[in-house]
Design a protein around this ligand. Sequence first.
Ligand code: ZN
Length: 410
Amino acid sequence: MSDKRFHVDGARVLADLTTLRGIGAYKTGVHKPTFSEPHMRSLEWLKQQLPDAGLAGEIDGIGNLLGASAKTGPKLLAGSHLESQNYAGWLDGPLGVVYALEAARIINPDPNAKGAVEVAAWCDEEGHFGSFLGSRSYVGDVTEGEIDAARDRNSDRTMRDALREVGLAGRPRAKAERGRHVGYLEAHIEQGRTLESGALSVGVVTSIVGIWQYRITFTGEQNHAGTTRMADRRDAGLALAKFCVDIDGRFPQACGPRTVWTTGRITLDPGAPSIIPGSAEMLFQMRDDDTTVIDRLEHLLRNMATKVGARGPCTVAIERIRTGVPALMNGAFQDAIEAASATFAGGKSIRMPSAAGHDAQVLSTIMPAGMLFVPSIDGISHHWTENTADADIVTGAEVFADACRRLLAR
Ligand SMILES: [Zn+2]
């Protein structure tokens, strides 16, 4: 075990991340939408690195790249994604892919290590064309019809056209081989301030929150903004604004410790300065890993709506348009990450839920899954200034590789 080849090479990890940062660079971040030239070039780069880790693989028919090992023994699947949000950060995605690659490079050739790490880069985690299309395809949850219907939210080009343009049309899609993997491990930047504010190095993810979404529609009466006296109005926009304030006042007493909620879009109809809105709509989102908390909040929301309707002058309709599925991370995976943190991060770890969605939630539907976080400077992500200290990146890689060894040795 003293052989240097079988230990994490921090300089190599940082150099690989810097290489990926240079492909599609934008200020200090990157711009790599799904199936863009820099995204495809990043996948090609990863493909070229696979042989160094004793892996082989091709980009499949949906843009996933999976490096498979011919080694006998248990296999651990590890990875993340290589495309980015628009004009976003350099670590969201690539960090997890490079950690997986480094773990594979040091574990797979090690004669004392049991089994192998297999590396995955899941396509479109950032949702340019859909929702977790790459990882969902791998677990068998994406139909050809869904691909037919998918469009790029930036340009409206169809996913079929995009697949054709990058030469992936007609390729088979890789599907999970049941029983092949002992589980899936993913590393990611935290994208929040929990680790930084606690001077911690590693987040041991306990669960990934579910996202619930609602369309809340207010109905009043459209009328002339000059001639309609205030007492006679049924202003749907005003009813909506009051409802938002009401949520802000009442949710804190009913929510869980980490529940978050957001009104992401408000539309007034017809939306003109001289017309009292007859109808108003808000898209409202809640996130939690505890469905009982969400049940309680949804009940409260519906009660509030009933009261607004009874009081008048507007009525409110609430429609749930997305139902969250919180994903629990496997206990043995959490233990392995925590033990690895005790060895390589001075025990500076904390168990915490993930408030953002990740491919691990999809993989967790078919195999045990775990995630670890490294600190984000100022909690910033989905922005080109996103960053993590080099020392934290290297520590995270060491913890990740050690967790892989522990999971393979079980
Ligand atoms: Zn990500």
